[in-house]
Design a protein around this ligand. Structure first.
Ligand code: DHB
Ligand code: FE
Length: 261
């Protein structure tokens, strides 16, 4: 039995679909085009590819839902961002400063560090930090037969000061998969499929709300022009070159550094 909210939403949805159909004089052929389009979204989707999310995202729906969901959050924490279609749970756990690069895939090594706090600024020891990003060829490991399972993904736990750090790659801009319905939509609208270089975060703790977010590279030209509208100002960050004589980091062959609260 539907909840009152579910009933209200469904009624509204049907009203809006009818209004849309009337306003645009949708014909039988056009309706059938829409039905085929929706069916194709399902047919394109599997464990490796979530075409429903991709289609949502190119029309800005996930970004809108993210903004609405978190609009009333108390201030003083990092902005949320969309989860996107490529999250996987159970990524390997690494110690503080561990590398999520399981296989050399090129790119610039980057030291990423941060601190997890509650909204009062108190360090949150034991918070679980999951990160994931794609390889310089633009593919997440599950899309790419040449990458080992869980490459460029990792799970970390915040220490007593709330701190964590890892070595990954400076993320590269890349096209979202555009050989399906999401790509067709982009083409119809004369739009590019590029996302700015980004790293994903999922930060959780049993006693707190989970934060899903991303960081974006200020130097990437697509940070101002994201195909899925998911950039927010406070999660744009600067990557800094580390001097080669920086003992602590140089030993790990790191080229960039990113400190993030
Ligand atoms: C989308 C988001 C991502 O983070 C990504 O890597 C690919 C696609 C998206 O919103 O569709
Ligand atoms: Fe992504």
């Amino acid at each position: 039995k539907a909840t009152p909210k579910a009933r209200r939403i469904l009624t509204s949805l049907i009203q809006h679909i009818h209004d849309f159909t009337r306003e645009n004089h949708i014909t039988v052929d056009e309706w059938m085009f829409g039905v085929d389009f929706i069916n194709r979204i399902g047919q394109m989707s599997d464990a490796r590819r979530n075409e429903g999310i991709l289609v949502s995202d190119v029309v800005g729906l996930e970004a809108l839902v993210d903004t609405l969901t978190h609009a009333s959050d108390s201030v003083g924490h990092t902005s949320s961002a969309i989860i996107g279609p490529f999250y996987r749970d159970n990524s390997p756990e690494y110690p503080y400063g561990g590398s999520i690069i399981q296989k050399e895939v090129g790119g610039e090594k980057t030291w990423v560090s941060g601190i997890v706090t509650d909204t009062n600024g108190k360090p949150l020891a034991g918070a679980k930090i999951e990160v994931w990003h794609c390889a310089p060829n633009g593919l997440y490991e599950q899309q790419d037969p040449d990458q080992p399972d869980y490459n460029l993904r990792g799970t970390f736990y915040a220490d007593e000061q709330g701190k964590y750090a890892f070595i990954g790659l400076r993320p590269t801009a890349y096209p979202i998969p555009y050989d399906g319905p999401a790509g067709d939509l982009l083409q119809m609208m004369d739009r590019h499929p590029m996302r700015p270089g980004h790293i994903h975060w999922r930060v959780s703790h049993p006693e707190f709300h989970t934060l899903i977010t991303q960081i974006y590279d200020r130097d990437c030209k697509y940070t101002k022009d994201d195909s899925v509208f998911a950039v927010k100002d406070d999660i744009i960050v600067d990557f800094k070159k580390v001097a080669s004589d920086d003992k602590e980091l140089g030993d790990k062959g790191v080229q960039n550094r990113l400190d993030y609260d």
